[in-house]
Design a protein around this ligand. Structure first.
Ligand code: SF4
Length: 379
């Protein structure tokens, strides 16, 4: 079974340097089993790929490697530089953890007495998955992905693509997250079946899930496992993986104030580091209470969170934004600052900035339309 997958992958996998540049050594050919690769670029790619597709990740990875080509450059960067490069990829805690992890890894490599020009030598990096698992943002699948890619270590992976393929292959009757140990066992069995080829096997599994066994329209007729696949035999592969009963997604209106002072500066605040958008900058505001006018929401939120008084003026824009767990509508008004020195009562810091400087700050994706509307208004 694993051997069939590898035969398919040699012809049909994503083995091109343009698709996965982190998988290619300097000679430009796919690495031989005995070759080790630079774990730095692989680690960055693995974390970016945790929630995001390959074609989206690619330009981000390239920009990142241009800005921080080596571990020590990432470790010495500011959090703002890191978040700006991540802007648009979402799940910003990944960027903050990468940054924190770079400092831990650097300290570890320094402790092992490596010359500063040697940090990117593969042999100096940890090869024990337990060491990686202690680092922020590294789970079992990410550790397996990094070590199998860099060192061809015989470690399994279990990301969303792999779960889907295995759930279909076995027509597993319950959601994969309820049977994690079974799914890990299936993934490990595949690795064990092709000794010395775990790097290729894991890449092949991911490629099969991303390009053939796709979520909505699996191409079973070109799949190397068509004759073995229980879901295909049942004629309904799309029914797998079995999903949890859908939850109702809550909807919330957020009143947002774009506060401008007499000098023409705009007030922004930096979110606390917790949560999905932690550490990013935003225009202040908050949730509308039942029965509350949106203009009252904005006044109340700015008073509670920044200790300022404003006059709420015209609407600037409405922006709808859907996250996986909630839908938000931002109702954004221009506001004139009246009184109070802004205090970061619910944020890390607040800052008055010129509108032309907004591009220097990392904002959540939903805010880019607010910034564009503001710049158009001021034009
Ligand atoms: S046969 Fe179809 S459903 Fe089964 S693993 Fe292949 S692509 Fe997925």
């Amino acid at each position: 079974m694993a051997a069939d997958l590898l035969v398919w992958w040699v012809a049909g996998g994503r083995r091109d340097v343009a698709q996965k540049p982190w998988m290619f050594p300097a000679h430009g050919r796919w690495p031989a089993p005995e070759e080790s690769l630079d774990p730095y670029g692989i680690w960055i790619a693995e974390v970016m790929l945790q929630q995001t597709q390959l074609q989206v990740v690619l330009p981000y990875w390239k920009r990142w490697m241009e800005a921080f080509p080596r571990l020590e450059l990432l470790a010495s960067a500011s959090e703002q530089q890191v978040l700006l490069l991540w802007q648009g990829l979402g799940y910003y805690s990944r960027a903050r953890r990468l940054h924190a992890t770079s400092r831990l890894l650097l300290a570890q490599l320094e402790r092992s007495d490596v010359e500063s020009n040697g940090f990117n030598q593969p042999s100096h990096w940890p090869v024990d998955p337990e060491v990686w698992l202690e680092l922020p943002g590294i789970g079992r699948s990410t550790a397996g992905g990094i070590l199998s890619s860099a060192f061809n270590s015989p470690l399994a992976i279990l990301d969303g693509n792999v779960r889907r393929v295995l759930a279909r292959l076995h027509a597993h009757p319950e959601p994969p997250m309820r049977a994690q140990s079974q799914f890990w066992l299936w993934s490990e069995n595949l690795i064990d079946a092709v000794p010395g080829l775990s790097r290729n096997l894991n890449q092949a599994l991911m490629d099969l899930g991303a390009t053939v066994c796709t979520p909505r329209h699996p191409s079973c007729e070109v799949c190397p496992w068509d004759a073995l696949c229980a879901a295909y035999a049942s004629d309904s592969p799309q029914q797998y993986p079995v999903k949890e009963a859908p939850r109702e997604i809550p909807f919330q209106v957020i009143g947002v104030g774009v506060v401008i002072n007499d000098a023409g500066e705009v007030l922004i605040d930096q979110r606390l580091n917790e949560g999905l958008l932690g550490g990013l900058w935003e225009f202040p505001g908050g949730k509308q209470e039942p029965g509350e006018l949106i203009t009252d929401t904005i006044c109340r939120e700015l008073r509670e969170e920044l200790a300022i008084e404003v006059r709420v003026e015209q609407e600037l824009i409405k922006v709808d934004h859907a996250y996986s767990h909630k839908k938000l509508r931002f109702e954004v008004h221009l506001c004139h600052w009246l009184a109070g020195d802004p205090q970061p009562l619910a944020s890390q810091q607040v800052r008055w900035v010129k509108p032309s400087e907004l591009a220097d700050y990392p904002f959540p994706a939903a805010n880019s339309r607010i910034i564009a509307a503001l710049l158009k208004h001021l034009d």
